[in-house]
Design a protein around this ligand. Structure first.
Ligand code: KIV
Ligand code: NA
Length: 263
């Protein structure tokens, strides 16, 4: 398999081929996922919850994401690898440039930042300097304390319209990919159609350009609460490789997520 690039992901959207993505934090799982055909691997700051056992993602550091990015890249040399920028590591444009650097040097192809309008100058600055950016809208877990819990976002019409506008603004600023998390399926579909860049959903229904799950949720081994939008693929397959294969197949065929995993 050839190296996966932003150009290829864009082509997949244009052809209507669903993009499959998973989080991974180490070389062994990254290799397993990439060999199975997962196009995008995210070193999510979800590692603060699923690896470190915290109740949110706020304690995660840039050095920790860089470490896990090196591990993932070693296992999956050809995958498209996105590294999350942790809480407050991109509060200013200068901080973002400073902290994105070690993530790219660790092997990331792109960095992911949570938020809307305040990020526009940051996205422009990073992209101009050679660092591709993935946006993240909806339930952005770094803002869980502002939201007052892990809650579905964009439910009313005003919030939905604002999110569409923000998605377009992120794209216009230079973002080359967008994650939308825990939003109504109809809104996710609207955003996916409004944007040229691929939109990857989690808890956002089946009508996005691709899907992502936290690997521990897919395997049913998350220590805490397993969200409604996740599915334990290991339960029905009984074997990790088959579980990954089934996830890929179900996403590609538009079978996952079903209405029971959507809002
Ligand atoms: O940290 C993470 O795993 C994420 C995904 C859920 C999109 O940001
Ligand atoms: Na994240």
């Amino acid at each position: 398999m050839a190296k996966i690039t932003t150009a290829q992901l864009l082509k997949m959207k244009q052809k209507g081929e669903k993009i499959t993505a998973l989080t991974a934090y180490d070389a062994s799982f990254a290799k397993l996922f990439a060999d199975a055909g997962v196009e995008v691997i995210l070193i999510g700051d979800s590692l603060g919850m699923v690896l470190q056992g915290h109740s949110d993602t706020l304690p995660v550091t840039t050095a920790e994401i860089a470490y896990h990015t090196r591990c993932v890249r070693a296992g999956a040399p050809l995958a498209f690898v996105i590294a999350d920028m942790p809480f407050m590591s991109y509060a200013t444009v200068e901080q973002a440039m400073h902290n994105a650097t070690p993530l790219m040097q660790a092997g990331a192809n792109m960095v992911k930042l949570e938020g809307g309008d305040f990020l526009l100058p940051t996205i422009k600055a990073l992209t101009e300097r050679g660092i591709p950016v993935c946006g993240h809208l909806g339930l952005t877990p770094q803002s869980v304390h502002v939201f007052g819990g892990f809650k579905v976002q964009g439910r009313d019409e005003q919030a939905a319209n604002l999110m569409v506008q923000q998605a377009i603004a992120l794209q216009d600023a230079g973002a080359q990919l967008l994650v939308v998390e825990c939003i109504p399926s109809a809104l996710a579909e609207r955003i996916s159609k409004a944007l040229v860049i691929p939109v990857i959903g989690i808890g956002a229904g089946k009508d996005t350009d691709g899907q992502i799950l936290v690997m521990h949720d897919l395997l049913g081994i998350s220590s805490g609460y397993i969200p409604k939008f996740s599915k334990n693929f290991l339960q029905e397959t009984g074997e990790i490789k088959q579980a990954i294969g089934k996830y890929i197949q179900d996403v590609k065929q538009g079978q996952f997520p079903g209405p029971e995993h959507s809002f």
